[in-house]
Design a binder for this molecule. Structure first.
Ligand code: THU
Length: 145
């Protein structure tokens, strides 16, 4: 699974977005160390605060499936009916950054924020969230419990 394939799967995942309130459709494709890919989209709710982001949707599916080590995530987001090239970069929110942090080495974890399939910001989770707090700080090295 290379970077461009993962990005393509994020754009595909965006098509599943349920976002009638913001109209902002987000897709994510998460690659685990087991080589599996989990797609997620944002799912909103009439009680606005109950919405979940695309990144956490994908991460939840992975963890449910027993995949607790993440390697990379591709994300894209732009308004329904819009064109990706007219939008900016849909960076992961702070809660999603922390959620992903639980299941990766932040220095290794790649985050691809794709404005379009050809205009991609590439960073590590460490770049996006330095000095983070993770499971090692509480329970040692392995997030296995
Ligand atoms: N959203 C995501 O799916 N991921 C993020 O990291 C940022 C925001 C969604 C949540 C909401 O449905 C919409 O984008 C507008 O905030």
């Amino acid at each position: 699974m290379d970077k461009q394939e993962l990005i393509k799967l994020a754009f595909e995942a965006r098509e599943h977005s349920y976002s009638p309130y913001s109209g902002f459709c987000v897709g994510a494709a998460l690659l685990t160390s087991g080589g599996k890919v989990y797609q997620g989209c944002n799912v909103e709710n009439a009680s606005y605060g109950a919405a979940i982001c695309a990144e956490r949707n994908a991460a939840m599916k992975a963890v449910y499936d027993g995949e607790r080590r993440f390697e990379a995530i591709a994300i894209c987001g732009y308004p329904r009916g819009g064109r990706p090239e007219d939008a900016g970069f849909a960076y992961p929110c702070g809660i999603c950054r922390q959620f992903l942090r639980e299941f990766c080495d932040p220095k290794q974890m790649k985050v691809y924020v794709a404005r379009t399939p050809d205009d991609v910001l590439e960073a590590t989770l460490e770049d996006m969230m330095p000095h983070s707090f993770g499971p090692e700080d509480l329970i040692g090295d392995v997030p296995g419990v």
